[in-house]
Design a protein around this ligand. Sequence first.
Ligand code: SF4
Length: 615
Amino acid sequence: MTRGFVGKILKVDLTTKNITTEPIEEEVAKKYLGGKGYAVYLLYQYIKQYELKGISPQNIDPLGKENVLIFATGPGTGVPRFPSSGRHHVMALKAPLTGSIGSGNAGGEWGAFLKFSGFDGIVIEGVSDAPVYLALIDGKAEIRDAGELWGKNTMDTTRALMNSVGGKNTSVACIGPAGENLIPMAVIMNDEYRAAGRAGLGAVMGSKRLKAIIVSGDQKVPVAKSEEFRKVADRCLDAIKNNSVTGEGLPTYGTAVLVNVINTAGAFPYKNWQTGIMPDAEDISGETLTKEYLVRKRACWGCTIGCGRISSVKSGPFQILNAEGPEYETIWSLGSACGINGFAAIVKAHHLCNELGLDPISLGSTIAAAMELNEKGYIPEEHLQGWVLEFGNAAVIVEAAWRTAYKIGFGKHLALGSRKLCSLYGHPDFSMAVKGLEMPAYDPRGIKGMGLGYATSNRGGCHLTGYTVAPEIVGIPEKIDPLTTEDKARWVKLFQDFASVINSTVNCQFASFALGAKDYAELLSAVTGWDLSEGEVLKIGERIYNLERVIMSRLGFDGKDDTLPPRLLREPMPEGPAKWHIVDLEKMKREYYTLRGWANGVPTPEKLEELEIEL
Ligand code: SF4
């Protein structure tokens, strides 16, 4: 058996109800690791099969029977002492919000427990004729009736299933009403508090009428060189403890530690990105959250950082006790993007997003775009039915979660996502999205590398596939100027390749504030026994990113889609450290394509050969 894996992938056809298993192929794992990389490899095999059958990948309906949903763990997942390794990666051939490849990474416990249940991954094909859930318990898999769960929110679903199975190492991933109603910003929640959260993976699950997956078991993950692994892991855990971000900032304030940092850099988008400075950002900062709302901290399985928060709003119209979060991205999207400067509504709205199974980044950004459209007079009054859709109206973000998940009133327009909503009202430029996916909380006019990263991210506007905030703002691994485009192509490529390694390992991106590719090479070598160098690990990351790009080209994407919203390309930042800056994307893109070996955003045959990618 390949070390670092429990050895098998479950394959479920929901149309025929056929369940099979396939072994982990060591040769594939050596080239693509696990997690995202292995899933990208499998998705490409589906592309080939469809093309042989005469089905064009471009014509695949994201909510139809041909779409494929994959849950995957990697060689690090579930290995005790492997830093922050309770995570899993979810991928879909096509995401409903974007039409691009679907990809999401989630923390919690579910990833580790999936492995303990006896499976390294799950491939879901087809569409069930009635609601079902999957039960993976002690190496056995069953499709079960979910009639009584359909309609329940994510928390009630999780608790009902946990009560029915019980036992230690048991965990649930599920969708809420948003996924059932096929909202293209629906997420897959796990453990009640983490999500594979972008571009509508929850709607793909809903379209298959798959309500939940419960995993349970106590299978151990085999490690090739346990003594060597213990030494490397101890050194890495020490590095995490002694690092200012992973040992201090994140544990003390959670991800919200970034609010003041990014606002000071002039890159904290405010009121649908009209500027990069929020005047009262302190009110929604990590420091204020800790002082006034924090109940306790929480960590995902196997994590010594513990960036999770539990918060309470003790009184008032937005009262909510012991709610998860809020995270930096949520605080921004439901707060600053919408001009809202108080935690109460943000905590409440975030909790509702978790219950209903909605992506708060896309929801908040879409509300912000609608607020700007309305402020400028582009939404007819009768469409709002008395709703006061104005920047700063805190009640809106709470109501919007319900309305969007159930498509009530104006909620049916919000449920489209910002790109379609803004096009509907004749002003697509107000959508702050890349490839249709709403961007997260870093204005690239003030952090230039993030602009190139958003534009060239395969899944769309994403910070997690090229997080150059680390060098540009935090100074890790070294401090570089955030306002220049110089050398940014190299940094973005490096971070994208490295993120592919992390998402395929699978562990948490936050660990990489303290750990570099060399550490990953040593950790992975000890677990798998493969003897990987730092260069080989980064080459695996590059291979994964390129094969994902090949899939993107088969789905109809090329260099024209590697762009940014016009606001960032044409409207100078009005104030702050980035005043007068726009993003000179074309210059960075040219350098980036040259470094990547891509022509018009597509890998050349020479590049594919160099990376040993067989099509
Ligand atoms: S750093 Fe935060 S998100 Fe990452 S594994 Fe730890 S608790 Fe989870």
